[in-house]
Ligand binder design. Structure first.
Ligand SMILES: Cc1cc2nc3c(=O)[nH]c(=O)nc-3n(C[C@H](O)[C@H](O)[C@H](O)COP(=O)(O)OP(=O)(O)OC[C@H]3O[C@@H](n4cnc5c(N)ncnc54)[C@H](O)[C@@H]3O)c2cc1C
Length: 491
């Protein structure tokens, strides 16, 4: 811990998402005077909570992975995570509904392999060998791409060579879906291909080496924090407060100017001045605030989503906490999203029901259904007609595949669209994770944490390195804080 005896350096951070709060907590623990400026009257960004009419819904993220990274943050700030939030390992993690049956994926890879053999006819040994290969590749990737800030030094190139050797050059240039044909089992291929969506990408375009994404969930495990994902935002907020971070809510930054070695950022007439600026706002939105020009049409953004938050008067016995109902033609679904910029006409449907774990998330005899589909990052698709068509399709598909008739059972509804996501969280065009990872180039060119021109401008969150999703956003915040602490040490 570095204490500035004479001077406590003041730092402003814009945005109270997971990345923003992890960065703020680390800096505050190390002696900085940190203020988070937030446009909303609440913290957490995408990881917020709707509490209405007795229903509780997590607004965005539903599945927790890498909980040990959260432990690491709390330990590095001198705290015990268990005093802030508790979580449990899930078994099963997700129930997948395929054409004519369902199968469960567990946090125990042997159990998953057994389920695949018994239900889908894929030999256990074939699946376990496939997984072993990606574990070896994942282990190197974690070291060079995820845990640390990207630095092109000897350590990086040594590990990168090892990585290429293990991954195989062909898996850099062929797609995830193409590689997964080695499984020779259409159902398991579909399940494995779905991991591309964790980066908002298409399995028919993202490179084969991205199959390692499966390791995070299938081997390291899926987790549920007691009282849902919002308990993570709450825990980070409490950690920040305990370490002295100040929050200024209801303050939307509308422009940023860098002049005379100082950042000035403006909100409705109020001006903030700072040597350093850490932006937890979407990368492209930050460029707009800096008045930088970029070609909006050429961007290759990750997917967006439509989420129906449905309070239903139902007790579903054959659904789990996480459920997926696959589209019939997965390839066509991604073609509609990325080639045609349209809501798929037969989208894969994700259903999350936390009242299965936390009974107080829904009134008696009711459940809280978070029902999500992937869409393009396109604000114009949100028309009443499109929403009604999508709702109707989802209800009929659930009836077909799960045998639950929702007609007349939905007693509460709220909807998240690319547009509302942009308004509430600043996501450019509603994209979930900034740039997509549909090619090797887009992976290599993922936006860095440090601005390419302004030395004291940093980016944290799911749209920059190391990637989207809560744990990676958290990691970006920790990495940036460490970088700034080191920089100050040598001044
Ligand atoms: C529907 C959905 C499902 C998801 N599912 C999962 C999942 O299952 N697991 C998982 O790990 N991740 C999931 N994610 C992704 C995860 O939510 C994000 O990657 C992560 O929460 C992003 O955190 P962040 O630090 O980038 O901040 P964000 O959550 O993007 O927050 C940014 C903050 O900046 C503020 N802000 C923006 N502009 C301004 C401004 N001009 N002035 C002031 N403040 C501003 C916003 O109000 C917001 O509070 C999901 C996301 C969504 C939307």
């Amino acid at each position: 811990m570095y204490i500035f005896a004479t001077l406590k350096m003041k730092i402003f951070l814009v945005g109270s998402g997971i990345g923003g709060m992890s960065c703020a907590a680390t800096l505050a623990y190390n002696g900085f005077d940190v203020t988070i400026i937030e446009q909303n009257d609440y913290f957490g960004g995408k990881a917020h909570r709707i509490s209405e009419y007795g229903f509780q819904f997590d607004t965005g993220p539903c599945l927790l992975t890498y909980p040990d990274w959260f432990d690491e943050l709390f330990i590095s700030c001198g705290k015990n995570v268990k005093d802030y939030f508790q979580y449990q390992r899930l078994d099963p993690i997700t129930r997948y509904f395929l054409s004519d049956q369902h199968v469960d994926v567990s946090s125990d890879i042997n159990q998953t392999a057994k389920n695949f053999e018994e239900k889908l006819g894929l030999k256990k040994v074939v699946f376990l060998n496939y997984i072993k290969r990606w574990i070896r590749i994942y282990d190197i990737s974690e070291k060079i791409f995820l845990i640390n800030e990207l630095k092109f030094n000897f350590f990086f190139f040594k590990n990168a060579l090892d990585w290429i050797f293990k991954a195989g050059v062909v898996n850099i240039f062929s797609s995830m879906a193409h590689y997964n044909k080695v499984l020779k089992n259409k159902s398991v291929e579909k399940i494995m291909n779905r991991f591309a969506t964790y980066t908002g990408s298409s399995p028919y375009r993202t490179p084969a080496f991205m199959n390692q994404l499966a390791i995070v969930e299938m081997v390291k495990g899926g987790f549920y924090p007691n009282d849902g994902i919002h308990s993570i935002s709450k825990a980070l907020y409490r950690l920040c407060e305990d370490l002295g971070v100040k929050f200024q809510f209801n303050t939307k930054i509308d422009s940023i100017i860098f002049k005379n070695n100082l950042f000035k950022f403006y909100s409705n007439g109020e001006v903030f001045t700072s040597n350093y600026l850490i932006s937890n706002i979407d990368y492209y939105k930050t460029q707009i605030l800096l008045d930088r020009k970029f070609n909006r049409k050429s961007l290759k953004l990750s997917t967006s989503a439509i989420v129906f938050y449905w309070g239903v008067k139902i007790n579903s016995s054959n659904l789990k906490l996480h459920n997926i109902i696959f589209s019939e033609d997965y390839k066509n679904e991604f073609s509609q999203i990325f080639d045609n910029n349209l809501i798929p006409n037969d989208p894969t449907i994700y259903i999350n029901i936390t009242s299965k774990f936390d009974k107080n998330h829904a009134p008696e005899n009711c459940e809280n259904w978070f029902v999500m589909i992937n869409t393009p990052p396109n604000l114009d698709i949100v028309t009443e007609k499109n929403i009604n068509k999508t709702r109707k399709f989802i209800i009929s598909k659930i009836s077909d595949k799960v045998g639950i008739d929702l007609e007349g059972s939905i007693i509460f509804e709220k909807i998240l669209t690319p547009k509302t996501l942009e308004n509430k969280t600043g996501s450019f065009n509603g994209s979930l994770y900034g740039d997509n990872q549909n090619s090797l180039i887009s992976i290599i060119k993922r936006k860095k944490n440090k601005d390419h021109k302004l030395k004291k401008l940093y980016y944290v969150g799911g749209t920059v390195h190391p990637g989207g999703g809560m744990p990676l956003a958290l990691r970006s915040g920790m990495n940036v804080a460490k970088n700034i602490i080191n920089e100050i040490k040598y001044i």
